[in-house]
Ligand binder design. Structure first.
Ligand code: 9YT
Length: 133
């Protein structure tokens, strides 16, 4: 059994910071669960372009307020505590936070822990990480 606390992750390599978000990665590929589980803070006032073309992601908002806009349709869905969205079609999207949003995120396949978005909003496929081309 794996038991971890947020306090234990803070300041470690599982605590990933970018300009727009801070992702605390409880479960990663190395934990052998086939999915990864993150507690992520999306910073107030930010807009992030995201395209998880190699992953499925489900996101459960437990604090805060914002919206997710599907790029292909322009449809924007409000997000508040209690809202789930699931990217079951690898949708390109904009994620906007009015105030800090706290999101519980599940990725399949699991992230390895190194990932931040590239210029196309993409996380690389797991086998691409660490490649030395
Ligand atoms: C909700 C979302 O996709 N936020 C970006 C960060 C990502 N969830 C992560 O790596 O934890």
């Amino acid at each position: 059994m794996i038991v971890r606390t947020l306090e234990e992750l803070t300041g470690t390599s599982r605590d990933v910071h970018t300009e727009n978000w801070n992702s605390r990665r409880f479960l990663l590929a190395q934990d052998g669960m086939s999915f990864s589980l993150h507690d992520t803070i999306i910073k107030a006032g930010t807009e992030t372009y995201i395209w998880y073309k190699h992953h499925l992601e489900a996101v459960y908002c437990i604090e805060g307020e914002g919206e997710v806009e599907e790029m292909d349709t322009g449809v924007a869905h409000p997000i508040r505590a209690g809202t789930v969205y699931a990217l079951n079609g690898n949708e390109k999207h904009y994620l906007r936070a009015k105030v800090d949003m706290r999101m519980v995120c599940v990725f399949a396949p699991a992230l390895t822990g190194e990932e931040v978005h590239d210029e196309d909003g993409v996380y690389p496929p797991a086998e691409g990480l660490g490649a030395t081309t």
